[in-house]
Design a protein around this ligand. Structure first.
Ligand code: FUB
Ligand code: ZN
Length: 653
């Protein structure tokens, strides 16, 4: 069941929503339309990465026959436009704007013009290699782009009622169904996403064919002996669609076995979580137990062994991928912004099947840390890769760390992350609640007003909070007198102490179940107050995580903190924290926004006076240390003061 429109009134999130609407969307439009001169950085030192311009909208104009020319950019460049359109849709739902709508309508017109009469949509193949359509699905991203268009179309239709966008998406889905559906040629995309798009079309229209086609792609994946290899043998294209992909095994594409038989998070991280998002959606929509079980197993593997404390995933730049259990290096990792966006999607879909607070915890961890860190505070610079430790000299001189950027670029050769981030931030209201039968889960604490369907009518829910600065959340409920529903408040895993009152009296403590505190059988008007302890807390990693042994990470509420050179001087590795020392919180309104800064007792190793000897005997080298105060800032605010060192994990004294 869907909630009604949720109106966000929260200072923390209103700032981000306004940033998306007034900075990101116009800025990204100008970049996608090649209207402004920005420095487009390659995401790593790889000269084959196209970085002269975006050309994303121009590709559509050429495919539509409006302009002449060639396709430029990645074979999946179209998806940048679709994600932008989706961000616009969510933003219009929040804040109607005729000019923006007109602009977006013109983009819909352009997309429809670029669509071929039979429904095919994909500018690269229309312009450059029409005979190669669907012939090289390992790398072509045709269905990936289609999925993003379907998602955008569903959101844009919801926002504006545009028949054109919906008809264009349906025509595309019908084309895919004809060509690659159960009656067509066997095949699935190397990058999962169309499955999510089809599910969105299903939810929007209620037409079962989209659910069936999405499930079909999920089911046939990995059932073949070597589908991608076989397609390559007959591929007529002279050049590979994406260079260097030959080194990857089927595991990279999650095609080493059927998804329902997979147990661990393998391969490209974004693909993995998009696959899981679609499977979890199908599981919730169809009650498919096998898919739910697979999602549970993969979830456990990610959360227990392969996820960073920041909610980042993907331990290596090679294939932007997962590696092996407990391999979580802090300075070479990938932690792509899109991967954490996908983790939020995955968690949210799991909540539809099971009311388990951990899904909300991970959603919150990814959202408030890696996802938010993906944008600079100005909304016009973006991280693709979100490190937990940075030394700008290493990024500059170590070719193995060229992907670890110390400051957010204005744009990237592969620009998948910036519009992905925009569409999530613009739709964050959709992740606050999960409503099922007569149960409403409050997953995120964000000041807002909403209406949820309950038996006997509609319940109004108003949240007031200054979260994540404060841990106090005041929730007012207005439910039908003759109805009754259960409200579940997520008690975050990080919260040691909490209290709940109902109309001023302590609520029944036995109501805690799987991470949610339930106020049961609510009818009529009530006020509930949740108090979460927000004291800063140090975390340690499982000792099997080599990179974090002997180190601790500072947190406060859902926020992970970090040290930056700007506040602590150079050579952050010389610093250590005293876990028993005094910790202070300071409210600060400045260049990093409205934050709580944390200071803690620590030490700094003094550099030896004699600098000639790189190594000295252990018995003559007692380190000299001085007492210092370590100054921590929220991780999401790092890299907003120029290039400097940063680290999340700090040695303990
Ligand atoms: O392949 C399309 C997108 O580009 C992926 O999701 C990102 O990881 C980047 O490789
Ligand atoms: Zn990305």
């Amino acid at each position: 069941m869907k909630t009604g429109k949720t109106v966000i009134t929260d200072p923390f999130w209103l700032r981000y929503r306004s940033l998306v609407r007034h900075e990101m969307i116009p800025y990204q439009w100008k970049v996608l339309n090649d209207e402004i001169d920005v420095r487009i950085e390659r995401e790593r030192n790889d000269p084959s990465i196209p970085n002269e311009k975006s050309h994303a909208l121009e590709n559509f104009r050429i495919a539509a026959g409006i302009h002449e020319g060639h396709h430029y950019g990645w074979v999946f460049q179209d998806s940048d436009v679709y994600k932008w359109l989706e961000a616009v849709a969510w933003s219009l739902m929040e804040e109607p704007d005729e000019d923006l709508k007109k602009l977006a309508d013109s983009v819909v017109d352009l997309i429809a013009l670029a669509q071929e009469p039979d429904g095919y949509l994909g500018t690269y193949f229309t312009i450059e290699e029409p005979d190669r359509k669907y012939k090289s699905l390992m790398n072509s991203h045709e269905l990936y782009c289609a999925g993003h268009f379907m998602e955008a179309a569903a959101a844009y239709y919801e926002a504006t009622g545009s028949r054109k966008v919906l008809e264009t998406a349906k025509k595309l889905a019908a084309h895919i169904e004809r060509e690659l559906g159960p009656e067509g040629t066997f095949g699935y995309d190397g990058h999962e996403e169309v499955e999510i798009g089809l599910m969105k079309l299903y939810h929007l229209t209620g037409e079962e064919r989209y659910l069936r086609l999405g499930s079909y792609f999920l089911r046939i994946r990995g059932t073949d002996a070597d589908f991608f290899g076989d397609q390559q043998k007959t591929d007529s294209g002279s050049e590979p669609l994406i260079g260097g992909m030959g080194v990857f095994s089927r595991r990279y594409f999650q095609a080493h076995r059927p998804p329902v038989q997979q147990d661990t998070a393998e391969g490209h991280a974004v693909r993995m979580v998009y696959l899981c998002t679609a499977m979890a959606d199908a599981a919730a929509s169809e009650g498919d137990k096998e898919m739910l079980e697979a999602c549970r197993r993969i979830w456990r593997n990610i959360v227990d062994r392969r996820m960073y404390i920041t909610g980042g995933i993907g331990s290596t730049v090679h294939g932007e991928a997962f590696t092996f259990d407990y391999d979580l290096p802090n300075d070479t990792m990938y932690c792509e912004t899109c991967a954490s966006v996908g983790l939020v999607f995955f968690a949210s879909q799991m909540l539809r099947s099971e009311s388990i607070g951990e899904y909300g915890d991970v959603m919150e961890r990814a959202l408030y840390n890696t996802v938010l860190a993906g944008t600079a505070l100005d909304g016009k610079h973006f991280f693709y890769v979100n490190p937990l430790e940075v030394n700008p000299s290493a990024s500059m001189w170590d070719p193995g760390k060229s992907h670890v950027k110390p400051v957010r670029p204005q744009w990237l050769g592969c620009a998948c992350c910036p519009p992905n981030l925009a569409r999530l931030l613009a739709s964050v209201d959709r992740y606050i609640y999960t409503v099922k039968d007569d149960r409403c889960l409050v997953n995120l604490y964000i000041s807002s007003e909403t209406e949820v369907p309950v038996s006997g009518g509609t319940a109004r829910i108003t949240q007031e909070t200054d979260y994540p600065k404060s841990g106090t959340v005041r929730i007012r409920v207005g439910a039908p007198e003759n109805g009754a529903f259960d409200l579940g408040l997520r008690i975050p895993g990080w919260s040691r102490t909490y209290g709940v009152t109902l109309d001023g009296a302590a609520a029944d403590e036995s109501s805690f179940e799987n991470g949610y505190f339930y106020i049961r059988k609510l009818a009529g008007e009530h006020e509930i107050v949740l108090n979460l302890g927000m004291k800063p807390r140090l975390y340690k990693a499982d000792p099997r995580v080599r990179a974090d042994l002997g180190k601790a990470a500072m947190t406060r509420g859902p926020l992970v903190y970090c040290l930056e050179e700007a506040d602590n001087g150079k050579d952050l590795h010389l610093l250590s924290i005293d876990p028993a020392g005094e910790v202070q919180e300071e409210e600060e309104k400045g260049e990093l926004g409205d934050i709580i800064r944390i200071t803690a007792a620590g030490k700094r190793i003094r550099e030896p006076e004699e600098t000639e000897r790189l190594y000295r005997s252990a018995d003559e080298s007692a380190v000299q240390e001085e007492t210092v105060r370590l100054r921590f800032i929220p991780y999401y605010t790092w890299a907003n003061r120029g290039s400097n060192e940063m680290c999340v994990w700090v040695r303990t004294i």
